[in-house]
Write a protein that binds this ligand. Structure first.
Ligand code: ADP
Length: 208
């Protein structure tokens, strides 16, 4: 991952996280959605974000394409750029979580090493571990390709997009995700429920 370039910098201790979360009455965490394009990451994350906000739980969604319009507009889809894309998202999600927000990230994040690095970033945080929950949206490629809401698989099959995950670039499925969702057999509502259960089990949100 990225090298530390700057020298002569010192970590400045700020407001205590535990105290912040206590005052806000909320806990931070990152829910990391991973899966093929069109697997349902964004659809589920949007529905979850809405449910959480309606319950008064502060949550914020970081979306694959949206982040590439701003923070990561200088990155493409080479393995190197994908790694840097995910590293920055991991850092940003951690900042949101540190602030007491539930960060919901929906990125294909195809490489295991990159996702593991984001997990490590959270779990080995200087101030203390921040919960990192990996959610594998496990939709078979045939289903994703049939859905193809943005016409991307069609373009990739026609050779108009190179290095498309699942077609001519690998997707490395998580080996030990905290949660596996199967949109083929689960409705969006059922997936949202499964996420809420997981957050409750981890003590991040209170039972409804
Ligand atoms: P991703 O963010 O993984 O690229 P999207 O959420 O953008 O995927 O697209 C998934 C598509 O699949 C949407 O058009 C959504 O309406 C559809 N879909 C159908 N059934 C489900 C389901 N049970 N869960 C999630 N998405 C579903």
């Amino acid at each position: 991952m990225a090298q530390q370039k700057a020298t002569n910098i010192t970590w400045h201790e700020g407001f205590n996280r535990e105290e912040r979360w206590k005052l806000l009455g909320s806990k931070g965490a990152t829910l990391w959605f991973t899966g093929l394009s069109a697997s349902g990451k964004s659809t589920i994350a949007v529905a979850l974000e809405q449910t959480l906000l309606q319950r008064g739980v502060n949550s914020y969604r970081l979306d694959g394409d949206n982040v590439r319009f701003g923070l990561n507009k200088n990155l493409g889809f080479s393995a190197e750029d994908r790694a840097e894309n995910i590293r920055r998202i991991g850092e940003v999600a951690k900042l949101f979580a540190d602030s007491g927000t539930l960060a919901l990230t929906s990125f294909i994040s195809p490489y295991r090493a990159d996702r593991d690095a984001c997990r490590e970033l959270h779990e080995k945080d200087k101030v203390g571990a921040i919960p990192f929950i990996e959610v594998f949206v496990d939709t078979p490629i045939e289903v994703c390709e049939q859905r193809d809401p943005k016409g991307l698989y069609k373009k990739a099959r026609a050779g108009e997009i190179k290095g498309f995950t699942g077609i001519d670039d690998p997707y490395e499925a998580p080996t030990k995700p905290e949660l596996v969702l199967k949109p083929e057999t689960m409705s969006v509502e059922e997936s949202v429920e499964a996420c809420l259960d997981m957050l409750t089990k981890h003590g991040i949100i209170a039972k409804a």
